[in-house]
Design a protein around this ligand. Structure first.
Ligand SMILES: C[S@@+](CC[C@H](N)C(=O)[O-])C[C@H]1O[C@@H](n2cnc3c(N)ncnc32)[C@H](O)[C@@H]1O
Length: 230
């Protein structure tokens, strides 16, 4: 059942926290180094924000880069082991908070954000409550930026193009990842529907590609509160 899988997602991040931090900080994930780090950074900076909320910030790389551009950041993540590493690496504000806790009380992380960003951090089936929470802490004209693995990236032969649970073994990241992670696959249409369901208008839908192969790497969506709700 869904509840068990959501718990397994969380425990996998606790178990893999050290290996994940090494992979990110040593830039071992080629798609990030080549494509997706720059893509999400450009999408956030395109809004010329003063204040950014990083949802599921992990070990905090994006907050650190944004701080380097004089942008105020707040990051939160459910994995204490990752937040401790984020705090040790930069002076920004970081909270240990699960998406469920955030959805119950979004203002626990403050408000008035120009951008709330989710970089590869929405992994479960129900993302509506997190998106709704993010919407509540945006300032006027604020947007949510979401980057996820492109549904057509590495789609195995014979794999149906439809929503459903999959398993990530982290095989490409080396043997230090001990715990596989269930994650919820969505089609492009499903991502857009889930992202805009809490009454958001889609502002941008980008699909960054690998510079050499031309294959899609990620899906990068930007949305803001529907005009009538502002
Ligand atoms: C692939 S990592 C991405 C981390 C970071 N955004 C980055 O770009 O490196 C996914 C993150 O989502 C967090 N996460 C997953 N489910 C969560 C939940 N229910 N509540 C809070 N954080 C969660 C994990 O702890 C992990 O840090």
């Amino acid at each position: 059942v869904t509840v068990d899988r959501e718990d397994l997602i969380k425990s996998s991040w606790t178990d893999n926290a050290a290996a994940w931090t090494e992979s990110v900080r040593q830039k071992r994930i080629a798609s990030r180094a080549l494509v997706t780090d720059a893509a999400v950074l450009a999408a956030v900076r395109a809004r010329t924000p003063s204040r950014v909320l990083d949802i599921g910030c992990g070990e905090g790389w994006l907050c650190r880069v944004l701080q380097g551009h004089e942008i105020e950041t707040v990051g939160f993540d459910g994995t204490r082991e990752l937040i401790e590493r984020a705090r040790a690496a930069s002076p920004g504000l970081y909270h240990v908070l699960t998406y469920e806790q955030f959805a119950d009380n979004p203002e626990a992380v403050g408000s008035g954000y120009d951008v709330a960003v989710c970089n590869f951090s929405l992994l479960g089936e129900d993302i509506g409550a997190v998106i709704r929470g993010a919407t509540e802490v945006l300032g006027p004209g604020g947007v949510i930026v979401l980057q996820t693995v492109h549904p057509c990236a590495d789609l195995p032969d014979g794999c149906r193009y439809e929503d459903g649970w999959r398993m990530e073994e982290f095989g490409a990241l080396g043997s230090d990842f001990h715990t596989p992670m269930p994650w919820y696959f969505r089609t492009v249409g499903s991502w857009i529907r889930a992202f805009t369901a809490p009454g958001l208008d889609l502002i941008e839908c980008a699909e960054p590609v690998h510079p050499e192969s031309g294959q899609p790497v990620s899906l990068l969506l930007t949305a803001g509160r529907a005009a009538k709700a502002q």
